[in-house]
Design a protein around this ligand. Structure first.
Ligand SMILES: CC(C)(COP(=O)(O)OP(=O)(O)OC[C@H]1O[C@@H](n2cnc3c(N)ncnc32)[C@H](O)[C@@H]1OP(=O)(O)O)[C@@H](O)C(=O)NCCC(=O)NCCS
Length: 161
């Protein structure tokens, strides 16, 4: 019946909270569905147990809708991955997740956040630009896209102070 309530109820806002070990399987499944190289359950469990890693999850109702994971080093952090389940994309879930996540990183003393994104990933680039990230570098031929020519990675940065 969940699908029925999703269809008839107006879009519900995502609820963001810390990702915990019981989210491992949902994160692994969403990561595998969103990226060419998936993360194993063990890799994700290792990250969630790592004190330098900050991870958040978004839920819509009782459904897992997305996640974001960063690793901190001194006063900087790198966003390792962000993904939103296909059925919830375009509903500001990632924007809400990222706002919450960046607030938490700032509270932990992080001054600058970096990430790499495929230059052809329009939704992600729009998300990051709207969230205040600016381009600070470019790695040519970084991503090997199936069937196409290699794509550059854009290196983006957002200052938190
Ligand atoms: C990138 C991703 C996380 C965005 O999630 P989302 O919840 O759909 O994003 P939001 O709804 O919060 O939208 C954020 C911005 O991106 C834009 N956007 C969303 N989907 C888009 C699309 N298909 N094409 C162009 N822009 C898009 C939105 O319009 C919004 O911009 P706006 O505020 O100017 O309107 C999601 O598409 C995803 O999981 N992709 C696969 C994994 C991935 O590529 N992750 C990023 C790796 S670096």
């Amino acid at each position: 019946m969940r699908w029925f309530f999703d269809m008839v109820s107006p879009a519900r806002p995502p609820i963001v909270s810390d990702a915990v070990l019981r989210d491992v399987a949902a994160i692994a499944a969403l990561h595998a569905a969103s990226f060419r190289r998936g993360w194993s359950d063990d890799e994700i469990e290792g990250m969630l147990l790592d004190r330098s890693v900050v991870a958040h999850r978004a839920a819509i109702g009782s459904n897992f809708a997305g996640f974001v994971i960063s690793r901190m080093a001194a006063d900087e952090a790198e966003i390792l991955s962000v993904a939103v389940a296909q059925r919830y994309r375009g509903r500001s879930v990632a924007r809400t997740l990222l706002r919450h996540h960046l607030g938490r990183l700032a509270a932990l003393g992080v001054h600058a956040v970096f990430l790499e994104v495929d230059e052809g990933n329009a939704p992600a680039i729009k998300l990051y630009r709207r969230s205040g990230f600016v381009e600070v570098g470019r790695r040519e031929g970084y991503y090997m896209n199936t069937g196409g020519k290699p794509a550059a990675a854009l290196v983006l940065r957002r200052n938190l102070v």
